[in-house]
Design a protein around this ligand. Structure first.
Ligand code: CTP
Ligand code: K
Ligand code: MG
Length: 181
């Protein structure tokens, strides 16, 4: 596969994990997952991790994967690239895994004394892809093995932070997100 093909496959395969966090920002609010509970004087997760944001984010990721499967033949033709179809299990693990990664990062942020909204460089940009891919590898190892060769994995690792900073920067500029990270 050439470089363009590798980038197209990397973005296509990770889109169901990219969208949940952005959907959660738009949908957020309501009851926090930790119910306001604290651990050692600090919030377990904080008010930024809500049931509604998590549910809507996960649903958005699954819906996108369904849409991508429907678009796949036409997109593969137009782009001249062999695109992976999402098995049902991967739809769930990519979307939900992204939310779990973000939630786990908030847990770490609170334990390390970072307030809600504080930046946690590198963790903020990669938490969701790491957990999304790990859960997906557990659920559908053969699909992950076929889809994510080393070049695609390296592309995901390089491209994700850039895309994350770009989309959050746009959300911040539009006034829908409180911080640009
Ligand atoms: N959000 C949500 N539920 C989630 C993730 C995000 O409701 N599981 C919403 C919240 O309104 C949150 C916003 O999206 O404030 C931005 O998400 P994020 O930057 O991840 O949260 P922060 O508020 O910065 O909190 P933290 O420091 O814990 O990351
Ligand atoms: K975050
Ligand atoms: Mg934040």
């Amino acid at each position: 596969m050439d470089l363009v093909g590798t980038v197209v496959v990397a973005v296509w395969a990770m889109l169901p994990a990219y969208v949940p966090n952005n959907a959660a920002v738009l949908a957020g609010g309501g009851r926090p997952i930790d119910g306001g509970r604290s651990l050692g004087g600090r919030r377990l997760l904080g008010d930024g991790k809500t049931w509604r944001g998590t549910a809507v984010g996960t649903a958005a990721g699954v819906a996108l994967a369904v849409a991508l499967n429907a678009l796949r033949p036409a997109a593969a033709d137009a782009l001249g690239v062999v695109l992976p179809a999402f098995p049902p299990a991967a739809m769930g693990t990519l979307a939900f895994g992204a939310m779990v990664g973000d939630i786990a990062a908030s847990f770490l942020k609170r334990r390390t004394g970072r307030q809600r909204g504080a930046a946690f460089p590198v963790v903020d940009q990669l938490d969701f892809v790491v957990v999304a891919l790990a859960l997906t590898a557990l659920a559908v190892p053969a699909w992950v093995g076929d889809t994510f060769g080393l070049p695609v994995l390296v592309t995901v690792a390089v491209l994700t932070p850039a895309l994350h900073l770009l989309t959050n920067g746009i959300a911040y500029a539009l006034g829908v997100k409180d911080e640009p990270w």
